[in-house]
Design a protein around this ligand. Structure first.
Ligand code: MN3
Ligand code: FE
Length: 300
């Protein structure tokens, strides 16, 4: 990269516009400062510790399996966001970068949250990567870091679209949304582990902002470069079998797990998430970016 790029021709904050408060990412930034400041250390796990002792070994195993996927998934999104932030910074989109500072901090706290549950409730210090099945490994050990760190040498709109589909559509939009909603539902229905439930509720709210920015980014890329649409579809097609693979592996060939969750429900919900995201992005092909922002704003 030419060193000539490492200079500033000016600063947005000293232009006649100042910081563009009406930009969607700026509105997300203000939301994040209000809603994203919860502290994983402040959650009370006292009742969770009591409930844990009453779970059967099979139920405990299912909790640990889910937590091992979630904690590593949160670590991976914490570790893999920076290259995308760097491109946004280099493009001088300061309002988007300001939102992304909240994004990265929140992912760090999500990692901390699940690890705290494992340390203080589960009290398991064994190697939890044993639960990381082949499709999970393909997504989180390979495809996600590869797509994100490719941006260091190729910050093109096409590479950005591949990164955003991987990170925001598949990992956050399909896998995290599906996993957290299903986990939240089962904890709520059984009225157990209130600390875990509260944390997942807060985390889901954070994720809705992350995904909204991801959809905004993809919509913006399509608006600026219409050919990006084909790249998005191709990338969704590449990753979808792995996303469904992660769900199938979670159930190990059985129709339900020890918590009474059903594979069919999981698959159905994942498909719904996938279709909803695709619909939103497809809107960007025919409508203005501002009309998409309105739809996105309703969801955060
Ligand atoms: Mn997260
Ligand atoms: Fe996220």
């Amino acid at each position: 990269m030419a060193s000539a790029m490492y200079r500033h021709d000016g600063f947005q904050s000293t232009t006649h516009e100042g910081l563009r408060q009406n930009l969607f990412p700026m509105r997300l930034y203000h939301k994040a400062k209000k809603l994203g400041t919860w502290d994983p250390c402040s959650l009370d796990f006292g009742k969770d510790q009591e409930d844990w002792k009453k779970f059967s070994p099979e139920e405990q195993e299912t909790f640990i399996r889910l937590c091992s996927l979630f904690v590593a998934g949160e670590e991976s999104v914490t570790r893999d966001l920076l290259p995308l932030m760097m491109v946004i910074s280099q493009e001088g989109r300061v309002e988007e970068e300001m939102f992304l500072t909240t994004f990265l901090w929140e992912e760090a706290k999500h990692t901390e949250f699940f690890r705290r549950f494992l340390d203080e409730v589960v009290k398991d210090t064994s190697d939890l990567s044993r639960f990381h099945s082949p499709h999970y490994r393909t997504v989180f050990y390979e495809e996600l870091p590869k797509a994100m760190f490719a941006l260091l040498s190729d910050p093109s709109p096409e590479a950005m679209a591949r990164a955003a589909v991987t990170y925001h559509m598949i990992v956050e939009g399909v896998l995290a949304e599906t996993g957290y909603q299903a986990f939240f539902d089962v904890i709520e229905a059984r009225n157990v582990t209130p600390g875990l439930k509260e944390g997942i509720g807060l985390l889901k709210r954070d994720e809705s902002r992350h995904i909204a920015w991801g959809v905004y980014l993809l919509s913006r890329l399509i608006a600026e470069h219409p050919s990006v649409w084909d790249v998005i579809q191709e990338r969704m097609g590449e990753l979808w079998p792995h996303a469904i693979g992660v769900v199938n592996e979670l159930f190990e060939g059985k129709p339900t797990n020890a918590l009474g969750q059903s594979l069919d429900d999981f698959i159905h919900y994942a498909q719904e998430q996938f279709a909803t995201r695709m619909d939103r992005i497809e809107l960007a092909r025919n409508k203005s970016l501002s009309s998409i922002e309105q739809v996105l704003e309703e969801g955060v």
